[in-house]
Design a protein around this ligand. Structure first.
Ligand code: IPE
Ligand code: IPE
Ligand code: MG
Length: 256
């Protein structure tokens, strides 16, 4: 590997990476296998992604595992996914904890079985003090659900007389959204070839850099993730300002 010049600017690594892990079903169908085989292969790719983030110093990773709309899939696929989810919760949490990963879940938990909800809460409790990587799993999650639940929490305070309507602004609503304690995602990756958001983090992605690949999620490897990071590092994020204004700001400074 060529050595970098001594005065090279530090590579821009996203602090927060958000990923739509798409293409599991097609990966299996191309092999004439049931879709659930693709979901199993997808679970392995999750570990590739986590390893990569830890190795490259990405501090927060948010993975879209199951959307609000995915509940509408055929019953046997939803059932198999729930089983896989439960297995992963039983198998992976020890190792994630050992590696310093803090695990959290975002989404409408009430829709999951009692057993899954208990495992989710246990995983969060067990890993709560870890700081190496902040992993958020979006499950039964929808960006519209997220905005609605944030609005509902503010409305409840107004109804209780503890919040004035005039006090509601973007900052206050943002404070009630999922992931409020993290910086907004710097980079978004979607595998599977479709170029849409599919009701992922609608609010939080306002100024996120978007990156799409034809590769299917089970095909993920470190080389592909590095290509996305290299592309990210070459982009100029302007946040609505002019290029000249951005050039005057400190390198890596977030202008928001
Ligand atoms: C993503 O893969 C995983 C989930 C949505 C649970 P898909 O199951 O959507 O795979 P494709 O898009 O049908 O190939
Ligand atoms: C988005 O993928 C949701 C997840 C990856 C969990 P979908 O496969 O559900 O999205 P659409 O239906 O292609 O938009
Ligand atoms: Mg899909």
């Amino acid at each position: 590997m060529p050595s970098e010049p001594a005065n090279a600017a530090p590579a821009r690594i996203p602090r927060h990476l958000a990923v739509i892990m798409d293409g599991n079903g097609r990966w299996a169908e191309r092999r004439r296998r049931p879709r659930i085989i693709g979901h199993r292969a997808g679970a392995r790719a999750v570990n590739v992604c986590i390893d990569f983030c830890i190795a490259r110093g990405v501090q927060a990773l948010t993975l879209f595992a199951f959307s609000s709309e995915n509940w509408g899939r055929p019953e046997d696929e939803v059932g198999a996914l729930m089983k896989l989810f439960l297995n992963a919760l039983e198998r992976e949490v020890e190792e994630l904890d050992r590696r310093g990963v803090r695990v959290r879940f975002i989404g409408e938990r009430e829709r999951f079985s009692e057993k899954i909800r208990e495992r989710m809460a246990a995983a969060e409790r067990q890993t709560r003090n870890n700081t190496v990587l902040h992993l958020s799993i979006a499950a039964s999650y929808g960006g519209r659900w997220d905005i609605a639940q944030a609005a509902r929490s503010l409305a409840a305070e107004v109804a209780a007389g503890t919040l004035a309507v005039e006090a509601i602004d973007e900052r206050l609503l943002a404070s009630r959204m999922s992931l409020a304690e993290l910086p907004a995602p710097d980079l978004f990756i979607r595998t599977g070839g479709d170029t849409r958001i599919s009701n992922f983090l609608l609010w939080q992605l306002a100024y996120t850099e978007l990156w799409f690949t034809e590769a299917l999620w089970p095909e993920l490897d470190a080389g592909l993730l590095q290509t996305a990071l290299d592309d990210f590092a070459s982009r100029e994020r302007r946040f609505g300002l002019t290029g000249a204004q951005i050039a005057l700001a400190q390198p890596n400074e977030t202008v928001e």
